[in-house]
Design a binder for this molecule. Structure first.
Ligand code: AMP
Length: 373
């Protein structure tokens, strides 16, 4: 299908889609929207950057809008569970934007910030609740929200939730939901664990796969510089300066490493900020905002903090250190070359990282171009 009209979305949604500047549905949207509208369970392989958020929020908003809003305190009818605060916040933001023309309420709850503002919001009743697993369980324990009217649950980035150790939380949550419901599971890959989770909690799901493992990497030109560890910082500063890069996302392995590098880049005259799990939610939100609006040039991030960051048209990604897990390389460079824009990913590889590089090349099924620093 080539247009959003053909997917059967209502006028209010078509209007917000137009305002967002989207002209054609992405492949995941074209496939998933009709399935979600039909009420079926869905197992979808799609990475960040494919337009997956709109692929579930648009049809779910439509389904909610079609039914009469219950009077009195509104029960939550759509629950979206996401692994990180950033991703939850982004889904919340998308839901708010896409649902602008509809009389629906949504709320986002995640840990690391005070409970009370969330409790106040929940008390008024929300149709759509977007949450990270731990904080949602806290609310359920305290009785500040209930899930007994949930009609659809979305597990977003389910593979990441399993990686982060949320499997028991997820299972506990799913058991609290009505047995008769629609379940949508989004995951970058269909691993054995994901299939197991799906077979326990989904009923005859339709399967959609728009993201063969490394499709996110096809738009991205990738280069590797082999060099000594001690030279990395200088080479990075030079690349940014000579290339006149105005917006670059740099990955480090550790939180400490992210802080240190960010400070050093600042000392080199390249404005920089770090984002990682030890920072408060307020600090993370501010860092992301400064990076997005161009007031800082370099964002240094760890894998978990960067997961799900919605930064449009990011031209440059640098792996200051390679990740231990080859799949994380694909996630990292998926931050660039999004929605049809070409991007560039550079990896600075020290001799002791060659083994990791080989693992990545095996996963990509091709060698990466080497350049000299
Ligand atoms: P997601 O995969 O949900 O993180 O979305 C990736 C990016 O694509 C976001 O910045 C969206 O705003 C954008 N996007 C989503 N749907 C479309 C579309 N149909 N056309 C162009 N951009 C889109």
């Amino acid at each position: 299908m080539n247009t959003f009209d053909e997917l059967g979305l209502r006028a209010e949604l078509l209007e917000t889609i137009k305002q967002s500047g989207y002209t054609t549905p992405t492949p995941i949207q074209a496939k998933a929207i009709p399935l979600v509208l039909s009420g079926q369970d869905l197992l979808a392989a799609a990475q960040t950057g494919t337009g997956k958020t709109a692929a579930f929020t648009l049809p779910l908003l439509q389904r909610l809008a079609e039914k009469e809003t219950p009077s009195g305190r509104r029960p939550t009818r759509v629950l979206v569970v996401a692994p990180t605060r950033e991703l939850a916040a982004q889904i919340g933001e998308n839901t708010r934007i896409y649902g602008k023309g509809l009389p629906l309420r949504s709320a986002v709850v995640f840990g690391g910030v005070g409970m009370q503002p969330q409790v106040d919001k929940l008390r008024r009743g929300v149709d759509i609740l977007i949450a990270t697993p731990g904080r949602l369980l806290d609310h359920l324990r305290q009785g500040t929200t209930k899930l007994d009217h949930v009609e659809t649950v979305v597990l977003d980035e389910a593979d990441r939730m399993l990686d982060m150790g949320f499997v028991h939380d997820i299972k506990r949550l799913l058991k609290l939901l009505p047995a008769k419901r629609q379940t949508l599971l989004f995951s970058a890959t269909f691993s054995k664990e994901i299939r197991q989770l799906a077979s326990g909690f989904l009923t005859a799901p339709a399967e959609v796969d728009v993201a063969p493992r490394n499709s996110a990497t096809e738009m991205v030109s990738q280069r590797v510089y082999t060099l000594d560890k001690a030279a990395k910082r200088k080479v990075l500063s030079r690349l940014i300066r000579d290339g006149e890069w105005q917006q670059v996302l740099v990955f480090t392995k550790t939180k400490h490493g992210a802080n240190r590098l960010s400070k050093q880049l600042d000392e080199d005259g390249l404005s920089s900020t770090a984002i990682h799990g030890n920072k408060s939610q307020t600090a993370r939100t501010r860092a992301l905002k400064d990076f997005k609006d161009g007031s800082v040039r370099v964002l240094v991030a760890t894998d978990i903090a960067a997961r799900g960051l919605d930064i449009d048209h990011l031209p440059h990604v640098v792996n200051f250190e390679l990740p231990n897990v080859a799949e994380d390389y694909v996630h990292r460079i998926g931050r660039t070359g999004r929605a049809g824009n070409p991007g560039e990913a550079i990896s600075l590889v020290a001799p002791d990282e060659i083994g990791l590089l080989k693992g990545i090349e095996r996963l990509l099924k091709r060698p990466l171009e080497r350049a000299s620093a």
